[in-house]
Design a protein around this ligand. Structure first.
Ligand code: DNO
Length: 355
C-alpha cells in the first residue's frame, strides 16, 4: 500500500504524516519540474529518493513519467524523446524503481468540471458533468483547472502543455484511432525490451474520464480497449494501472471482472482504488472509498484482485477533502488515509478467509 506524494515542497501532505498511516510502506512520486521528454538525471532522482527513504518510506513506483506529445503524434522527433525515456528508465531502475505509471492520453491527462463539489456531509470532492465539459474550449478548461488548484501543481496540468493545446487537439482530430494505436505500438516496442532488462513494470493509466472530449481518441476506456492495448506488445511488462474510478465512471464497465481478467494475466502492476457516485449516465462525483458511499463494490474488486494472485502496488486514489483540510484537490491526507485502511481491512479479511 502506497500513497501519492509530490516532492519539492509541492505537497501539503508530509512524508512523516504518510509514514504514520498504518500499512503504508511507500509513495508514488514524480519529478514535476522536469518537462516531458527530458531525461531524469540520477542526481534529481537520488535526491527525491533520499528524502523519501530518510522518512522511512520506499520509492518503488513513479507516477508518472509523462510521454512527450511528439511520441504520441508519431512525429520524426519521437526517436530522440524515446531515447531520453529509456535513459530515464535506466536511471529510475538504478534507484530501485519497480513500476512506472504513465498514460497515452492525447493532450489532456484528466479533467473534472468541479474540484470542490459539496457533499451533504460537509466535505467536498471532485465531480464531472459531461454536458458542462462539452461546452468548454480547451482554454476555458485549463483556466478552470488552474484556478482551482490551490497554488499546487495539478498532475497532468503542467503549464508547459498549455501554449500548444488547441493546435494539438486539432492535430489529433485529423488522425485515426488506428493511426494513434500504431504510435502507441511504436513506443511500446521501443521501451518494453528495456523494461524487461531494467526490471520495471509499466502500467498504463486509463482515460479519465472515459468519455470523448474535443473529439480526441480514447485509448484505455473499457475492457476491449485494454485488451487491444495490452496485445500491442505481449510482454508481461506491458501492463495496466487499474484505476477503478476512471474506468468506473463508465457505468457499463464491470470493474471486478476487469480486475480478474487482467490481474490473472499478471498484467496489473498497480491499482488506484477509489469510488464514484453517478448522478446520470455520464455525470458523477467522487466519493469516500467505502462501497456504500459510491457505485463500485470495493469488496468485489479487492476480492477479484486477491483471487487473481495480484501482488503489485495499490494506492488509495482521490479522496474527499474532510475535517477542514485544504490542499491539492483529491490528494488530501485524511480521506486517503481512511481509504487505505479500509482497503487493507478488506484485504486482511479476504486473505484470512482464504487461508
Ligand atoms: C489524476 C491521476 C492522473 C494519473 C496519470 C498517470 O489524479 O490519476 O494524473 O496520474 O494519468 O499517468
Amino acid at each position: 500500500m502506497i500513497m501519492r506524494w509530490f516532492p519539492n515542497g509541492d505537497d501539503k501532505v508530509t512524508l512523516s504524516q504518510i509514514r504514520q498511516v498504518p500499512g503504508v510502506s511507500g509513495v508514488a512520486t514524480m519529478l514535476p519540474f522536469v518537462p516531458a521528454g527530458d531525461i531524469w538525471t540520477p542526481e534529481q532522482i537520488g535526491s527525491v529518493k533520499k528524502e523519501i527513504n530518510d522518512a522511512g518510506l520506499e520509492m518503488e513506483v513513479i507516477e508518472s513519467v509523462n510521454i512527450h506529445e511528439d511520441i504520441k503524434k508519431g512525429l520524426p522527433s519521437k526517436d530522440k524523446y524515446i531515447e531520453n525515456y529509456i535513459k530515464t528508465m535506466k536511471n529510475l531502475s538504478d534507484a530501485g524503481v519497480k513500476c512506472i505509471c504513465y498514460n497515452f492520453m492525447p493532450v489532456l491527462d484528466w479533467y473534472r468540471s468541479d474540484l470542490y463539489f459539496p457533499l451533504p456531509d460537509g466535505s467536498n470532492c471532485m465531480a464531472y458533468s459531461h454536458s458542462y465539459a462539452s461546452t468548454l474550449t480547451s482554454d476555458m478548461m485549463t483556466k478552470d483547472m488552474i484556478e482551482g488548484c490551490n497554488d499546487l501543481t495539478l498532475p497532468g496540468w503542467e503549464p508547459e502543455r498549455f501554449p500548444q493545446m488547441a493546435a494539438d487537439i486539432e492535430y489529433y482530430n485529423n488522425i485515426s484511432r488506428d493511426e494513434y494505436f500504431s504510435n502507441i505500438k511504436y513506443f511500446l516496442d521501443a521501451v518494453i525490451p528495456y523494461a524487461e532488462e531494467y526490471d520495471i513494470d509499466f502500467g498504463v493509466h486509463p482515460d479519465d474520464p472515459p468519455f470523448p472530449l474535443f473529439g480526441l481518441p480514447k485509448v484505455v476506456n473499457n475492457a476491449e480497449a485494454i485488451r487491444r492495448y495490452l496485445a500491442l506488445n505481449p510482454s508481461r511488462r506491458n501492463g495496466l494501472t487499474l484505476c477503478t474510478g476512471s474506468l468506473g465512471a463508465n457505468i457499463e464497465n464491470d470493474i471486478p471482472s476487469m480486475a480478474r481478467e487482467f490481474a490473472s494475466e499478471g498484467k496489473v502492476p498497480f491499482v488506484h482504488l477509489r469510488n464514484v457516485r453517478h448522478t446520470s449516465e455520464t455525470d458523477f462525483h467522487e466519493s469516500a472509498h467505502l462501497s456504500e458511499c459510491g457505485d463500485l463494490d470495493m469488496f468485489a474488486i479487492v476480492k477479484a484482485l486477491y483471487e487473481s494472485g495480484f501482488n503489485g502496488y495499490i494506492r488509495p486514489d482521490h479522496g474527499r477533502m474532510i475535517w477542514g483540510e485544504t490542499g491539492r484537490p483529491g490528494y488530501g491526507l485524511y480521506d486517503r488515509a481512511l481509504g487505505s485502511n479500509y482497503i487493507l481491512g478488506l484485504w486482511e479479511a479476504i486473505r484470512k478467509l482464504n487461508t
